[in-house]
Design a protein around this ligand. Structure first.
Ligand code: GLU
Length: 202
């Protein structure tokens, strides 16, 4: 189980997310990734296999920035350490999630979601969470937090989870069960991480 960092602010948070991931490197990981909502409410993401520094270079080259974002270092438990399997995972180009832990009933949930027409791109247990939240949003009838609450009720296993949704760009929804998450409350900006070390002052 590896690292999560999330941030929401009125300034660009890509540097904060990447610095947070650097601080979580000591835990070990095989790949890393970041997803952000920029001002135009576009969901943008990049992922790399190997060192966080490669992700830093990718973010710099593609000029990814935004005031809401989630980032992850993965230690693969389900599926090989590849770019496709690296987090964040998304659903319908709207919702992005990062997950630490293991979802034990993912095969069953995956089967149900396949029947509903969801398309799976990865071998991970985590991807089902993005689709499940998308399904529970029910075309916008449920808020992001309501959808995440309904989705997490169906999960068995351990999770630290952060969710962003381009249709609801003013929040990051977080949830945990059996995996750690800490929240840092700032003035006009808030942070979340799987380890307090990621949140110390830069
Ligand atoms: N089980 C998930 C995966 O294999 C998350 C692993 C982690 O906690 O880094 O993608």
């Amino acid at each position: 189980m590896c690292g999560i960092v999330g941030a929401i602010a009125e300034r660009n948070v890509s540097g904060i997310l990447l610095e947070g991931l650097r601080r979580l490197e000591y835990r070990g990981y095989d790949s890393a990734g970041i997803a952000m909502l920029n001002g135009g409410n576009k969901l943008i993401a990049t992922k790399t296999v190997g060192k966080v520094e490669k992700l830093v270079n990718s973010v710099t080259a593609s000029k990814i920035n935004g005031s809401v974002g989630i980032a992850h270092t993965r230690w693969a438990t389900h599926g090989k350490p590849t770019i496709t399997n690296a987090h964040p995972h998304s659903s319908s180009k709207e919702i992005a999630i990062v997950h630490n832990g293991i979802i034990e009933n993912y095969q069953e949930l995956r089967g149900e979601l396949l029947k509903e027409g969801y398309d799976f791109k990865t071998e991970t247990d985590s991807e089902i969470i993005a689709h499940l939240i998308h399904k529970e949003r029910n075309g916008g009838k449920a808020s992001l937090i309501e959808a995440a609450q309904k989705a997490t009720q169906k999960l068995e296993g351990a999770y630290g989870l952060c969710v962003i949704d381009k249709k609801d760009p003013d929040q990051i929804v977080v949830a945990r069960s059996g995996s750690p998450l800490v929240i840092g409350v700032g003035i006009g900006e808030n942070f979340v991480a799987s380890d307090i070390l990621a949140l110390g002052q830069v």
